[in-house]
Ligand binder design. Structure first.
Ligand code: DHB
Ligand code: MG
Length: 233
């Protein structure tokens, strides 16, 4: 326990919680949209874990895709389709979002959410084990993606990074969720497989000769992060 030796300063008393700050940003910049809210409600009702990106992070993904002018996007880890809705909205009616998931229930929920949002025609959901699907995509020499968003099982993040680099072009963005894990990534002696996967991923990103990268913190109740990497020219 920390023992306070000095009285709280006015700055201490004015410090607000991460959640309050996050909600402030959301109120101002993420208009409440029925189909997006309903997507989260349906995912929860179907029993999917509440590990979707937050509305603010969804808006961030949307903006990054818009700024990059992304038309072809690959998502690894669909869950209930909430981030897919943000990305599909960003790419426009001529865009294509390919999204991978191994869980049939996730795919059912996500397909319904994308249909209700009028976005299903620009989204191709592929069912299967992501490393297998990605290997096949490389072998088939699929046209490169302008943006890849990694948000799936954490131990496989380093593998997903290798495929993401193979499936992109100079100037593409590679984004990855959950790269801070409440600061657990800073602890060298971690033994949680998920944290270890992220630590290896972050180190790999940091020294990757083909990428220029930063991690930005993303807050909600705690602190997590989004990796933003650009494939060098
Ligand atoms: C977990 C996975 C996520 O993608 C996320 O955003 C939060 C938590 C998890 O597996 O615990
Ligand atoms: Mg995530």
């Amino acid at each position: 326990m920390t023992v306070r030796t000095t009285p709280p300063t006015p700055a201490d008393e004015q410090r607000h919680s991460l959640l309050e700050i996050d909600q402030y940003i959301e109120r101002l910049f993420v208009p409440r949209d029925f189909v997006f809210l309903q997507a989260l409600r349906d995912a929860a009702e179907a029993g999917l874990p509440k590990i979707n990106v937050s509305p603010n992070e969804g808006k961030l993904l949307y903006l990054l895709a818009r700024i990059a002018g992304a038309r072809r996007v690959l998502e690894i880890g669909l869950l209930g389709g909430y981030s897919a809705m943000w990305l599909a909205q960003a790419i426009g009616s001529q865009g294509r979002l390919v999204t991978l998931d191994i869980d049939e229930k996730c795919i059912r929920v996500a397909r319904k959410n994308l249909e209700r949002a009028g976005l299903a025609s620009r989204v191709e959901i592929r069912h299967g084990d992501a490393p297998v699907l990605l290997k096949r995509m490389v072998e088939a020499e699929e046209p490169p993606f302008d943006l890849v968003f990694i948000d799936a099982d954490k131990p496989a993040y380093p593998v997903y990074l290798d495929y993401a680099v193979k499936l992109t072009h100079p100037g593409s963005l590679i984004l990855a969720d959950n790269v801070i894990r409440d600061g657990k990534v800073t602890v060298e002696a971690e033994n949680d497989k998920r944290v270890l996967g992220i630590q290896e991923f972050n180190k790999k990103l940091a020294v990757h000769p083909k990428l220029e990268t930063i991690l930005v913190t993303v807050t909600r109740n705690g602190v997590d992060g989004l990796a933003i990497a650009r494939v060098k020219d």
